[in-house]
Design a protein around this ligand. Structure first.
Ligand code: ADP
Ligand code: MG
Length: 324
């Protein structure tokens, strides 16, 4: 049954388990009111997902709801921020109650995990597009930025990279009606694509430890490239140290090409002083977050790739400017 705009907001978005004491006025007025505690900075980010561009059109609504918040949480993680509030702009072709219930379930699953409250939004009719604006808090001066990497810093990455790229290949096969590729753990890789786990805990643990950070959304080479550019430095990556699935290494020599160019992993790439290596590794161990040291910041601009002591070139067109 079709619902009116106000009916669907009331039914699917106003009722929520998270009720933060710093929300002075939530959904229902022309705008929301929140209180930012003294000594904290407000950290704000927004990300839009467009059907057919950022996710296959037949992705389940629960996964769209989940991922629209996950990609935003990942941006806060990369800043070392603690999530607090979000607003949601939904453009829908029709007001389908089943679709909305599933979308809201996916969205609020993550919101509850991080004590994040939805405090407002906008709803209109049109091609399926989801924009989430997220806001969080960081003690003044402690945010992690792209621009603070120093020459000699070590480069780290959390988790495993390239997983979502494998998931996308599997997902596209399924969408085209091809039999699933023969790969072990297919469900794991698809889950990594559709339900990324934002590294909020890692971002918080890295305050005061990491010099620069970014989340890996467009592929490690491109995203590390942003740190290098913003910091005015270069880097070397030792490809044998990349944390990748064993399934990826079965792909022949090009395994690392995919690992550093596939997007959507939502891991963190960060730099830290070489003196702090132990502290970084202990902090990551404490929160149960896998973390690998993959290279080092250098003064010479650009990104250099080493494998077994030899220089390698990134083949993917569009990324050549990171090569040596
Ligand atoms: P206005 O016309 O003043 O912009 P709306 O009629 O768009 O207000 O929205 C009414 C209330 O519902 C506002 O508080 C708005 O933030 C909230 N809202 C609208 N759409 C959503 C949504 N998709 N999710 C959460 N809150 C929403
Ligand atoms: Mg409005």
């Amino acid at each position: 049954m079709a619902l009116t705009e106000f009916g669907l907001i009331e039914r699917f978005f106003k009722q929520q388990r998270v009720q933060r004491s710093d929300v002075d006025l939530g959904i229902g007025d022309d705008a929301a009111l929140v209180t930012v505690p003294a000594g904290q900075q407000l950290v704000v980010a927004i990300d839009t997902l467009v059907a057919g561009v950022h996710f296959p059109v037949d992705t389940s609504p629960a996964h769209i709801g989940y991922k629209s918040l996950a990609v935003n949480l990942s941006d806060l993680a990369a800043m070392g921020a603690e999530p607090a509030w979000a607003t949601l702009a939904l453009t829908l072709p029709e007001s389908n109650a089943d679709w909305l219930a599933a979308f809201a379930a996916g969205f609020f699953e993550l919101a509850e995990r991080y004590q994040l409250q939805l405090i407002g939004g906008d709803t209109c009719r049109g091609p399926l597009t989801v924009s989430v604006q997220i806001a969080g808090l960081v003690p003044t001066g402690q945010a992690l930025m792209r621009s603070k990497a120093n020459i000699g810093d070590l480069i780290f990455v959390t988790g495993q990279i390239g997983d979502a790229g494998i998931g996308l290949k599997l997902r596209l096969d399924l969408d085209r009606g091809h039999p699933a590729r023969k790969i072990e753990n297919a469900a794991y890789f698809i889950e990594r694509l559709e339900k990324p786990q934002p590294r909020i805990d890692a971002g918080l643990a890295l305050r005061g430890l990491a010099t620069a950070a970014i989340d890996v959304s467009d592929g490690l080479a491109a995203d590390l490239g942003h740190i290098l550019e913003a910091s005015g430095v270069g880097a070397v990556i030792n490809l044998e140290q990349l944390p990748v699935a064993t399934e990826l290494k079965k792909n022949g020599d090009a395994w690392w090409q995919m690992a550093i160019s596939a997007g959507d992993d939502y891991e963190l790439c960060f730099t830290a002083s070489a003196d702090q290596r132990q502290e970084v590794e202990q902090a990551m161990q404490r929160i149960g977050c896998p973390c690998a040291c993959i290279g080092q910041i250098e003064s010479k601009p650009g990104l250099r790739l080493h494998l077994a002591g030899r220089d390698q070139k990134l083949a993917v067109t569009g990324y050549q400017h990171f090569g040596s």
